[in-house]
Write a protein that binds this ligand. Structure first.
Ligand SMILES: [Zn+2]
Ligand SMILES: [Zn+2]
Length: 154
């Protein structure tokens, strides 16, 4: 399992591999030591049961989506389609637009799910079983506030 640990102090993302991660890492952004407490399940890539950064047990999943890739496909599609439109071939132009949207959908559907910690926003990628529910704004509000109070940000 690959983890992007979020520094509690400066929010820098620090990539660590759960299988051979040390007991603590130093943040590349602010130099703060971040202790990591891995459970057996996280080490073995079985499931995300407890966050190694903040000790939280509440997670959500979302698609591991890079928005810039989708946008690039749509912009290129729009440019090509505008060319055809200019020459009066609007049927071809609409066809290309539809195709770009379709490519976007296919790419989106093939994306893997990624697990994110509600409290510290650390990200978990791996072959483990996805058990977390989808994002819930109310849960996020409550847990983020609790976490920020605990680490002294509020
Ligand atoms: Zn930091
Ligand atoms: Zn966490």
């Amino acid at each position: 399992m690959q983890i992007l640990a979020k520094c509690p102090q400066c929010d820098a993302g620090l990539p660590v591999s759960a299988a051979d991660a040390p007991a603590a890492i130093a943040c590349g952004g602010c130099g703060r030591d971040i202790p990591l407490k891995f459970t057996e399940a996280v080490r073995a890539d079985r499931s995300v049961d407890r966050c190694p950064v903040c000790d939280g047990t509440d997670f959500y999943i979302r698609k591991d989506f890079d928005p810039t890739v989708g946008l690039t496909v749509v912009i290129i599609g729009a440019l090509i389609s505008a060319t055809f439109y200019w020459y009066g071939r609007d049927l071809i132009a609409y066809g290309i637009l539809a195709l770009a949207a379709l490519i976007d959908l296919v790419v989106y559907g093939r994306l893997k799910d990624l697990t994110i910690c509600y409290r510290c926003h650390s990200e978990f990628r791996g072959a483990y079983e996805r058990r977390a529910p989808v994002f819930d704004l109310h849960t996020a509000d409550v847990l983020e506030l609790e976490y920020e109070r605990r680490i002294g940000r509020r």
